[in-house]
Design a protein around this ligand. Sequence first.
Ligand code: SF4
Length: 461
Amino acid sequence: MKTGVQEICNYLKKLDSGLRRNDGNRTRGTFYESITFGFCHLKFDSQLKRKLMATQPSNNPYRQIKSTTAYRRLMTAYYFMVKHPSWFGKKVAWITSGGPVEHLYAMGVLPFYPENYGAMCGAFRVSPSLCEAAEHKGYSHDLCSYALTDIGSSFTGKGPLGKLPRPDFLVCGNNICGTVIKWYEIQARAFNVPVFFFDTPFIYDEFHQHTKDYVQNQMNEYISFLEKQMKRPFSETRFREVCVRSFETITLWKEILAMPRHHPAPLAAFDAFIHMAPIVTLRGTTWAVRYYKKLKRELEERVKKGVGAFAREEIRLIWDNIPIWYDIRNLSKILSSQGAVLVADTYTSAWAMDQVDLNQPLMDGLARAYATIHLNRGLDYKVQKMASLIETYGADGFIMHANRSCKPYSLGQLDLKREVTRLTGKPGLMIEADHTDSRSYAPKQVEKQIELFLEIVRTKK
Ligand code: SF4
C-alpha cells in the first residue's frame, strides 16, 4: 500500500465537502463519517455522542484514548480502499478472521473481512434486520449471526458500508469454525468467484509434526491458488517483507494487551475490542505498525503517570468470548459505575499469535501460528489460558459471554467456568447474548446478574 492514510482521508474530506455543497444536506452525516468504525464516531455521530456522554457514569469517568482519532482515520482509509479497489488498481479477497493474510498483501490483494464488518453492523445495531433478510431467504436463525449479517447485507446492499465490495475470490480458513465453510461456499456461488479452503485440523492436545506438514502443504497450495488468480508468480522477497511487518504488528499488539497488567489498567478490554480492527484487517502493512506504535506510546505515558482507563478501579475482571457489540457501551457503563474494569479477554488475544522465528523457514512458523489459534484448540488449552490471564492480570473474577450463535466459542463454557474457578479460586459469571444479533438479548436481566456477581466478587476479595 503506497497511498498514505492522511492522503486518502484528506481526499475523502474534500469529496465530502464537495458532496455537501452539491446536495446542501448537512443532516444526513457524510460518507467519511459513515465508513468510520468506532464508539464515538457512529453514523450521525454528533447526536449519538451526546447520548453516550449522557450515559457516562459521573462517579467513574472513562478516559478516552487520544489515538482513537488516528484509528478512525486509519479505518476510514482502509474501508475506502476496499470499497473502491479499482481506483487503486487492486483486487479484493474476502477472508475469514483466522485466514493467512500475509500472502494476500504480498500479492497486492486487499483483504475484506466479513466478520469485522459483522462487528461493525452489530455496533451500528443493524444486524437484526440484516439477519432477518437472510432468514427470509431460508437461512436458519440458529446460524452464526456474522454469517447471517453478511449474507443479508449482500442480498440487500444495506449496512453501514452500503453495498459490499465485490470479491475477486474468497479465502476461507476453518481454524475458527466449520460454519465458515458453508458460508463461503454460499458467497462463492452468489458472486460466482473461486474460493480457497485453508484446512487446519483441530488441535485437541499437542501440535503434532504430521499436522504441521499437512498445514504447510495447504500454504503451498494457497500460493499456487493466488498465482493462478493474479496471473503472476509469488514473490518470496515481498512475502518476507510483509511477514516482517506482520510480526512487528503482532508484537506491538501483544505489548499493548500486556499493559493492563499495571494497576490501574491504562486500557480496558472494551478499548481493545475497538482498537483490534487493524490487527485483523491490516496485519502486514506499515499502516498497522505505525498506528500501534502510536497507541503503545500513549499507553506507556498513561502507565508512567499512573492513569487508568477509568478513574476508579476496584475490581479487575477477564472477559471470555466475542464482545456483545450492540451493548458494549452499556456494559462498560454498568461495570465502571461499580468500579469494575475488564482488564483482559480471550478474544483480542487470539491475534497475539506465537512469535515466528524469522531465521527459520517462514511457512513452517506460519503453519504453526495459524493452526494453533485460540478457537482451534481443545478445552485444556482454554482452561490454562483463562487461568493464566487471571493470574498475570491480577483479576478478581471473570465474565463469560454464552454466545447463542457462535457454537465453537461457547460449547464447553460450563466446564471451562468450573475448571477455571477450581484452579484459581476466582468466581465466574455467565451471561447469555449473541455477538451481533440483539433479538434474544435481555439487557435488564444481564444488568441484574452483573450487579449480583460484583457483590460476590467484593465479598471474596
Ligand atoms: S461461528 Fe463463531 S467463530 Fe465461526 S464465524 Fe461465527 S462468530 Fe466466528
